[in-house]
Ligand binder design. Structure first.
Ligand code: WQD
Length: 322
């Protein structure tokens, strides 16, 4: 299939482009390079030895997208492009609503006008808010969260309504749990701007000596050791989940959790990182981070059954590849 990948040079996008190319799909990447590097395109080529096209373009650029679609006749769109920092979204809500919603709206409009009938959207387990784990796809969407999370929930609703009104458009909403790790080549991975918000990139920066120590946000949660529990998933497994979703030929609107179904605490992850990589990660327990929940992990039965996909990598693989 010929696929338009928005945000294809970002962390999850680049790993997905690699998996698409490895499976013989044709890929055109658009990315505005806000939080990614053009050199990533060459690295994707170095890994796969397969050509792909990169166009520097914003996913809100209606005219540009129309031209691109007329030129390429895509079979599907995988939409990754978006701002993703929770804290920044609280400080700059308009920037988040404008960009993340306008890109979804514009791409859906172009998909309908140009007869592209597969649309895969990057959603997040964040839409479940403080729901009870294991979370399945029927769990109610959270009431209110931060603007970043709202843009994910709103994009889901927009795409659902648009697909209902346009039966030729088939939408798959993929709810990611906590993607970590990197491609085995070491050529692509997560390169956060400034101080990392997420746990794994913070740990790797401490391991590299870029930061003195890790701050663990709370050890008084009702979990196995008091630290927060999450469902970490290797980014390569996550990328393969997109290819499975694309090839599954589902119609209408379908929602899938992409996780491992297993919860791991912050301390378990840090300890695994230290023992697998034989490196010390000094840490200090501090107070809870505002907005954090105790536990979040997926029920992954639906993706297993309907997409014939499941995560293969374990926590040891994740910390090694990170
Ligand atoms: C994991 C655990 C922290 C950093 C967030 C967003 C979500 C999604 C992914 C975005 C928690 C603890 C973290 C640190 C710590 N979206 N922690 N010290 O909070 O599950 O999800 O990122 O792209 O929308 O909410 O992931 O990696 O930030 O935290 O102790 O320096 O690690 O408290 O328990 P989270 P995370």
């Amino acid at each position: 299939m010929k696929i338009l990948v928005t945000g294809g040079l970002g962390y999850i996008g680049s790993h997905t482009v690699v998996e698409l190319l490895e499976k013989g799909h044709e890929v055109v990447i658009i990315d505005n390079l806000y939080n990614s590097q053009k050199a990533t395109h060459d690295k994707i080529t170095a890994i796969t030895h397969k050509p792909s096209t990169f166009v520097k373009m914003d996913a809100t650029n209606y005219e540009g997208l129309k031209q691109l679609c007329k030129k390429h006749q895509f079979d599907g769109i995988i939409h990754f492009a978006g701002y993703k920092a929770v804290g920044e979204s609280v400080a700059k809500p308009l920037m988040y609503y404008y960009n993340n919603l306008l890109s979804t709206i514009t791409l859906a409009r172009v998909a309908i006008e140009e007869g592209i009938n597969k649309f895969i959207f990057s959603s997040s387990a964040t839409v479940y808010g403080d729901g009870v784990s294991p979370l399945n796809e029927e769990a109610p969407l959270m009431e209110r969260t931060n603007p970043y999370g709202e843009t994910k929930a709103m994009s889901e609703r927009i795409l659902t309504d648009v697909a209902k009104a346009n039966p030729t458009l088939n939408v798959i909403l993929l709810r990611y749990f906590n993607p970590v790790g990197a491609h085995k080549s070491g050529l692509i991975g997560e390169v956060p701007n400034g101080t990392p918000n997420n746990l794994m990139p913070y740990i790797t920066q401490v391991a590299k000596g870029l930061r003195d120590k890790l701050y663990i946000f709370g050890n008084d949660y009702p979990t196995i050791d008091g630290t927060g529990v999450r469902d970490y998933i290797h980014v390569v497994d996550l990328a393969k989940g997109h290819v499975a979703a694309l090839e599954a030929n589902k119609t209408g609107v379908n929602i899938y959790n992409l996780g491992t179904g297993k919860g791991t605490s912050v301390l378990e992850l840090v300890n695994a990182f230290m023992s697998v990589n034989k490196v010390n990660i000094p840490y200090e327990i501090t107070s809870r981070r505002a907005g954090d929940i105790a536990t979040c992990y997926a029920n992954v039965n639906k993706a297993k059954k309907e997409l014939k996909w499941e995560a293969k990598y374990n926590v040891e693989d994740m910390v090694k590849d990170a």
